[in-house]
Structures are given as structure tokens and as C-alpha cells.
Design a protein around this ligand. Structure first.
Ligand SMILES: Cc1cc2nc3c(=O)[nH]c(=O)nc-3n(C[C@H](O)[C@H](O)[C@H](O)COP(=O)(O)OP(=O)(O)OC[C@H]3O[C@@H](n4cnc5c(N)ncnc54)[C@H](O)[C@@H]3O)c2cc1C
Length: 454
């Protein structure tokens, strides 16, 4: 286990400085809270399994976060922020030990106005959604970890999800309105970022500021019906997904496509889905069901599962079979499976997607999530991969890139090596100013690590 053993830290001095704030020292608990869901990647398992923090601190307010920040800066202790720890790329694994700052106790919804909510970072997405819906609004997008993930972690380490078919991704201007951030300067302070300035900390893996409050835009709430449509062949299913995504008059929140044999991994849905079928899992506003069903007919699909919005409140949640929950269910049956994250270029005929489907055959199982990117609806694939070796995985990634598909690599914990591919000078400059000792989630921002070496 690698905790902060190389430097001598006076932990008594640290705990005195934050007296009154919950500290977890129990080794089993600390080890548990040093993990996330990087286990989907065999490459990350190799690199991260032995990483562990020294202790966990659980503040309940921004004032307490300021105290912890100051105590860490005084002794140059690394600090890694954590929400629910459901990230898939080891985003909140403490690479250099130190303090894990668990923000799950900061879960107040401060206010909800028409179209905007102001929340603390530890609020769970489902809890916020529930409160917003009571006022006729709902969250614009959520990961499939909706029930457990926090809003702070979604902004810090997520990308998009259920709702991205309409509202795009978290990085899109307008999907995060404002944040309050605690700095790691000699005298930590709170600063507020609004407008485009929010991009300084948006999807920065908690490397350049501790988010203590967020203003999140909301969407008008709809009653979402949940349906599964089956088709005989994969490309008809995929082009149905594209056409549904492009159907501007049909209000939808989710368009997921899974090629056979993926539906076979969905234990709770297996009795509804005929064996050997390719499926579309969708959430459609009840007001749009009639035109939606006309479209299913036109595409010769058949509906094998339908729940009204009222019925969908109980039992199986369809969204928990989509996005990376698809991978979760598949890995429960076959732990040797891993996955890719691919964005295909805009093409209503899906030619490149079809090529990849044919080319890789059984080695890659196609799972698509249709999302809106700069006004166009595109298939983002989270293909299931029958894993063999690291070299083969890299070869598959290279092949996609050479053919023009974009890979957001889920097999790296480095911020820039995932989806971004380039250094973000704005986020680096913000880190230099707000975290001059490089204590926040060290080892994750390549630009900072390279700067240290030069
Ligand atoms: C089954 C499964 C399905 C998933 N589906 C999706 C999906 O559909 N879409 C998607 O985008 N992701 C998905 N994920 C990844 C993850 O669940 C989401 O991104 C989730 O929103 C992360 O929230 P969290 O509270 O667990 O964050 P954590 O994992 O705790 O943290 C994520 C990152 O944010 C940083 N962070 C956390 N809180 C703060 C803060 N207050 N200030 C600054 N930085 C902070 C952490 O340091 C870390 O780098 C999935 C994961 C699993 C296991």
C-alpha cells in the first residue's frame, strides 16, 4: 500500500488543526474510500490497486473545507476530493496518499428557482432530481449512477449521460452556471466562478480547486415512459437510434442501442427480451408516445417492454441498463470484459460504425448512446471488449483512431490522456494560482507534472 510514508507528517498537528471535523482512520474504511470503479480497466487495475490515502476527512460545510485545506497546505499534505467514488478512470484514487476529502456530507439543496438549482457538491443526483421535479423541473442530464453519484463528482469527473441526447455534455456552455471553489493557497479562500470561468474547474478531476457549491441549470420535467424495442439486425437498430435522435418533434431523454448478445447480460430484463435480438432502450415523454410508436412501426421494430412514467417509479429503472451500467451488467456475468469509449463522426448512414461492427465481430460488442454534439446527434459507443492483452487493446484503439473515430480512452487516469488529448492552458493556469504547491489530486494533471519536470 502506498500512503504518504516518504514524508514525515505530524498527523496530531493536522487533527488538532481540524478539531471537530470527522476523521476516519480505520484502515479498512480508508482503503475502501481510496477506491473507485477503475476496476473496469485491466490496465488501471495494474497501476492503481495498491494506492491508498492516509486518512479520510468528512466536512459538513464550506467553512470546514477551508479549515482542512489550510491544515493540508501548512504541512504540504496531498488532498484528493471524493464524491461517491463511482468514477471509472481512477479519478479520485490518491496516488500519493495524504488526505481524502469526502464531501458526501455536504448535501444541501440551497434553493431551486425556475430552471436553476443551487446545491452543495455532495448532493446525490437522484435526490436533487426528486426535489426539482416537485417544482416542475428536472436535472438536464445524469450518469446512469444517478442514484449514488454526487453532483460535485459528476462535474469533477463525469461527461454526460441520460439527457445528453437533448442537452449535450457537461462541458457544453450553459450546462454549469456557477461554482464556489476553495483554494489551496497559504491562506485558502473561497472564490466564485460564473459564466465561461466555470470551465476552469469543470471536468478537472479536482486537481485545481475544491468545489463547495454549484448552480446547475434545470430542464422542464416530463413524464418519461420507458420502452425497449427489438429488431432483427444490428444496423437497422442503430439507424433507428440515429433517426430517433434526429426526430426533433419527439421528446426523448435516452436512446441506447445494444447489439446481440448484450441484452443477454441483463438478468432482470431477460424475460422481456427475445433471445438473439438487438435492442433500443429509450425514455420518451408520454406526450410523444404516439409519434414514437409510428416510427417504431415504420422501422419494423416491435416493442417488447413498456412502462408508463408512473409505473417506472417502481422496480427496475431502465436507465440502470444504459451508459456504463451496460458494462457493469456484462462484467457481472463475464469479468474478463472491458470497454471502450468512442465517438463516431456525424453520418446518418453510420458507415464507419458499420465497418467497425463487421471488422471486429465477436471481439467487440456494440453498445451505443446517442448524444447531441454541437447541434448534431452522434453515436457515442461504449463497446464491450473481450479483453486479451494490453497490446491488443491499444491496437483496437489505434485502429479506431486511424479510421477517424474519436476515442476517449477509459484506460488512463491522466486527465489529458482520456477524452481531451491536449493540455488545457486555462485549467493549468488556474491550478498554478489556486494550488501553488500542487497538493490537489497529485499525479492526474499531465500539464502540471510536465511543468514540474521542466
Ligand atoms: C456503473 C457506472 C455507470 C456510469 N455511468 C456514467 C455515465 O452515464 N456518465 C458519466 O459521465 N459517468 C458515468 N460513470 C462515472 C461516474 O459514475 C460519474 O461520472 C459520476 O457522476 C461521478 O460522481 P461521483 O460522486 O461518484 O464522483 P467521484 O468518483 O467521487 O469523483 C469524480 C472526480 O471528481 C472529483 N470531485 C468530486 N467532488 C469534487 C468537488 N466537490 N470538487 C472538485 N472535484 C471533485 C474527484 O476528485 C474525481 O476526480 C459511471 C460509473 C459507473 C461505475
Amino acid at each position: 500500500m502506498t500512503a504518504t510514508t516518504t514524508r514525515s507528517i505530524d498527523w496530531k498537528r493536522f487533527s488538532d488543526a481540524i478539531a471537530g471535523i470527522e476523521i476516519i482512520r480505520d484502515a479498512t474504511q480508508v482503503a475502501k474510500l481510496s477506491k473507485d470503479y477503475y476496476t473496469y480497466s485491466p490496465l488501471l487495475v495494474e497501476q492503481l490497486s495498491d494506492k491508498v490515502g492516509d486518512l479520510v476527512v468528512r466536512p459538513t460545510s464550506e467553512a470546514e473545507v477551508l479549515k482542512v485545506a489550510k491544515a493540508c497546505v501548512q504541512q504540504r499534505i496531498p488532498l484528493t476530493v471524493r464524491g461517491a467514488g463511482t468514477g471509472n478512470y481512477g479519478q479520485c484514487i490518491p496516488l500519493q496518499g495524504g488526505v481524502i476529502l469526502d464531501l458526501t456530507k455536504m448535501q444541501a439543496v440551497k434553493w431551486i428557482q425556475p430552471g436553476i438549482a443551487c446545491v452543495e457538491p455532495g448532493v446525490k443526483l437522484a435526490a436533487l432530481d426528486k426535489q426539482a421535479r416537485e417544482t416542475g423541473w428536472e436535472i438536464r442530464m445524469a450518469p446512469s449512477t444517478y442514484r449514488t453519484a454526487t453532483i460535485g463528482g459528476f462535474i469533477g469527473g463525469g461527461s454526460g449521460g441520460i439527457g445528453s441526447i437533448t442537452y449535450g455534455q457537461l462541458r457544453d456552455r450553459g450546462n454549469l452556471l456557477a461554482v464556489r471553489v476553495v483554494t489551496m493557497e497559504d491562506e485558502p479562500r473561497v472564490i466564485e466562478l460564473r459564466g465561461d470561468d466555470v470551465q476552469k474547474v469543470n471536468h478537472a478531476y479536482g486537481t485545481n480547486g475544491i468545489i463547495t457549491e454549484l448552480e446547475i441549470p434545470l430542464a422542464p420535467a416530463y413524464p418519461w415512459a420507458e420502452l425497449i424495442v427489438v429488431f432483427d439486425d444490428f444496423m437497422t437498430t442503430a439507424t433507428f437510434g440515429q433517426a430517433l435522435g434526429d426526430a426533433d418533434g419527439i421528446i426523448k431523454k435516452l436512446v441506447t442501442i445494444c447489439a446481440d448478445p448484450i441484452p443477454g447480460y441483463f438478468a432482470a430484463l431477460r424475460s422481456a427480451i427475445p433471445p438473439g435480438s438487438h435492442v433500443a432502450l429509450v425514455m420518451v415523454a408520454e406526450q410523444s408516445l404516439e409519434p414514437f410508436k409510428a416510427m417504431v412501426k415504420e422501422w419494423s421494430g416491435s416493442i417488447c417492454y413498456e412502462k408508463s412514467a408512473q409505473a417506472a417509479k417502481k422496480g427496475t429503472m431502465l436507465l440502470e441498463y444504459t451508459w456504463n451500467h451496460t458494462t457493469l451488467h456484462a462484467r457481472t456475468v463475464d469479468p474478463n470484459l472491458t470497454y471502450l469509449q468512442t465517438l463516431f463522426p456525424y453520418d446518418p448512414e453510420l458507415k464507419l460504425l458499420e465497418h467497425m461492427y463487421q471488422h471486429f465481430g465477436d471481439e467487440l460488442m456494440m453498445h451505443l448512446e446517442f448524444i447531441r454534439v454541437a447541434g448534431c446527434v452522434l453515436p457515442a459507443a461504449l463497446q464491450l471488449v473481450r479483453y486479451s492483452t494490453p497490446d491488443r487493446l491499444h491496437e483496437i484503439i489505434r485502429y479506431h483512431e486511424e479510421k477517424g473515430a474519436f476515442i476517449a480512452n477509459p484506460h488512463t487516469y491522466i486527465l489529458e490522456d482520456g477524452g481531451r488529448k491536449t493540455v488545457d492552458p486555462v485549467q493549468l493556469a488556474f491550478k498554478e494560482a489556486m494550488d501553488p504547491y500542487g497538493l490537489l489530486n497529485p499525479g492526474k494533471m499531465k500539464a502540471w507534472e510536465m511543468r514540474d519536470r521542466s
